[in-house]
Design a protein around this ligand. Structure first.
Ligand code: TZP
Ligand code: IFP
Ligand code: MG
Length: 216
């Protein structure tokens, strides 16, 4: 997978938007230059069944019109039904090997929290690693121990060259540090979905990331 896609990765669902309406927020973030999108429909207010499929389809077509790949979190069935560009799974979302087989030729992202999990994910065919949480955040209820960007340094020191995106509590003040630690970009939820202007928030985050990528 082209690691440049990971520069600015918006992860979002209905529960992350104050209005509960993610479509306008996605549209605004796409205008601001996000490079990848993940549909993560979880928590209170999350749609289910046909409503979830309809929303996912609407969001996927917005991404397609901007040439931004559309990734589905957790729900491999939905990803296959939609013919999404990829799927992102956690350590508890079933076997990486199984999902790899079912999603051959598409993007497979895996959440990892340490060098061991990163090594296994690479071995089982992950295309990119979501490493976190980088900083404390209230957005995810069952948050793993906060490790900070140093865990990315450890993964790189172990010789793992897979594309990496850092996630967890990242805003424009912290984005540069995460990329300096060896990530190819940052994944955010609230820094964009809770922003007064998602377009401006995306632009500023992308600027911070590219500032570092262009000199490293
Ligand atoms: C999905 C996920 N995985 C680790 S932290 C997190 C939530 C990130 O949300 P925010 O960018 O608002 O801190
Ligand atoms: C739990 C997660 C961890 N990382 C990522 C991403 F950053 F997108 F790779 N997405 C998730 N849903
Ligand atoms: Mg999961």
């Amino acid at each position: 997978m082209n690691k440049e896609l990971l520069k600015l990765y918006l992860v979002m669902g209905s529960s992350n938007c104050g209005s509960g309406e993610p479509l306008p927020v996605l549209e605004s973030a796409l205008k601001g230059g996000i490079t990848l999108f993940q549909f993560r429909e979880k928590g209170n207010g999350a749609r289910s069944g046909q409503g979830k499929i309809k929303l996912a389809h609407e969001m996927m077509s917005r991404c397609r019109s901007y040439g931004v790949p559309f990734i589905v979190n957790d729900d491999v069935e939905l990803a296959l039904t939609l013919e999404a560009d990829g799927v992102h799974i956690g350590q508890d979302d079933g076997s990486i090997i199984e999902t790899r087989k079912r999603f051959a030729g598409k993007v497979l992202g895996v959440s990892v929290h340490n060098v061991q999990e990163a090594h296994d994910a690479m071995k089982f065919g992950a295309d990119y690693l979501g490493v976190g949480p980088m900083y404390f955040t209230n957005t995810k209820s069952d948050l793993h121990e906060v490790k900070g960007p140093d865990v990315i340094k450890d993964i790189r020191a172990a010789g793992i060259t897979l594309p990496i995106v850092g996630i967890g509590g990242i805003d424009k003040e912290r984005a540069g540090i995460v990329v300096e630690s060896g990530a190819d970009g940052v994944a955010v939820i609230s820094a964009i979905s809770q922003a007064q202007c998602p377009t401006a928030a995306a632009r500023e985050l992308l600027y911070e990331v590219e500032k570092i990528l262009h000199i490293t």
